[in-house]
Design a protein around this ligand. Structure first.
Ligand code: SF4
Ligand code: SF4
Length: 331
């Protein structure tokens, strides 16, 4: 099956949330979608959005889509954040800070733990992790839906929820291990990222990718051997799925972050990486060691003044090199 995919280079993400805003203003600004962030950018290490989603179950037991669905839970409302109406007058007047515009103090929300570092100064660290539906090869959400409302398009592998068929049973919310399906209580239906399919059908990249000032989201067909996605995922193997052990075969891939090395007690630079590799392994699987080694080797080549196709690809001086979306469909 042809599969559209995205590669996100975490070394270039500045956590600006332009992608989040682009998505929210395009697709989820209606009643019932207040807590819905089809695209979110979370600070790592952190609890993410919805809070603690990595411990909410779902996905497949027994390997890539081949076994049984694992039980999952619907995150409580508190994991998405406070759903009260803010006092806009107070907020605009400047009399209240952003938390005091609610009658009840919120205790969680999207991007709540922004820029909260881990570790001890001067070796503390954090990085940003943009997340969206992975348009998985083995979508647990699709298999869990009791009314067959979720389908995967044959032409590009985009996973969609048929809004006319969905009966709001939320089995998909439980089954998605990434918790990237949201329930719209006003509409009574589940909703999620549509990979901007109307844009893709016109040859235009998804809004999150096109609006990203970091030029770090590559979009294209996975099997296009000349395209950047295939080069990064299959040839260089520097782009890895998030939590491959969930077994859904994600089609959003990440270039893992390489931060500067840490400092020893005497203040000198040490060999240990600032981000513990074990932590990156817990996110991106065992392939992360080889991916980091390749990235570091290519960085050093460039520092020696030698050519590096990989670095040129990742730098993306011309934004058009980020995308290799098929020609627009007509008729
Ligand atoms: S990320 Fe979740 S919602 Fe998206 S296709 Fe995979 S299982 Fe379904
Ligand atoms: S727009 Fe780009 S740089 Fe900004 S948060 Fe999103 S992915 Fe990161």
């Amino acid at each position: 099956m042809p599969q559209i995919a995205m590669v996100i280079d975490l070394n270039k993400c500045i956590g600006c949330q332009s992608c989040t805003v682009a998505c929210k203003s395009l697709w989820t600004d209606e009643a019932g979608q207040e807590q819905m962030f089809w695209n979110n950018v979370e600070t790592r290490p952190g609890q993410g959005y919805p809070r603690d989603w990595e411990h909410s179950g779902g996905g497949w037991a027994g390997g890539q889509g081949g076994g049984k669905l694992k039980p999952g839970v619907i995150p409580p409302q508190a994991a998405y954040g406070f759903d009260g109406e803010p006092n806009h007058d107070e907020a605009w007047s400047g009399r209240a800070d952003r938390l005091r515009v609610y009658e009840k103090q919120p205790e969680w929300g999207v991007n709540w733990d922004e820029d909260s570092s881990s570790g001890t100064y001067p070796n503390n660290f954090h990085f940003y992790l943009p997340r969206l539906c992975n348009h998985c090869t083995h979508p647990a959400c699709m298999h869990a839906c009791p009314v067959g409302a979720i389908y995967k398009r044959e032409e590009d592998g985009i996973v969609l929820i048929d809004q006319d068929k969905c009966q709001g049973k939320r089995e998909c919310v439980k089954a998605c291990p990434y918790k990237k399906i949201y329930f719209n209580a006003t509409a009574g239906r589940s909703q999620k990222c549509i990979f901007c399919f109307p844009r893709v059908e016109s040859g235009v990249p998804p809004a999150c990718a096109r609006q990203c000032p970091g030029r770090l989201r590559f979009v294209g067909m996975l099997d296009d051997s000349a395209g950047p996605i295939h080069r990064l995922v299959n040839d260089y193997k520097v782009a890895l799925p998030l939590h491959p052990e969930y077994g859904t075969g994600p089609n959003v891939y990440y270039v893992p972050p390489v931060l500067p090395p840490g400092f020893g007690p005497d203040g000198r630079v040490i060999d240990d990486p600032r981000i513990p590799t074990a932590y990156l392994r817990s996110l991106f699987g065992p392939g992360v060691d080889a991916a980091l080694a390749t990235i570091r080797a290519e960085m050093e080549r460039r520092q020696r003044g030698e050519p590096s196709e990989l670095m040129d690809l990742l730098v993306a001086r011309d934004w058009k090199t980020l995308f290799n979306i098929p020609e627009p469909r007509h008729g």
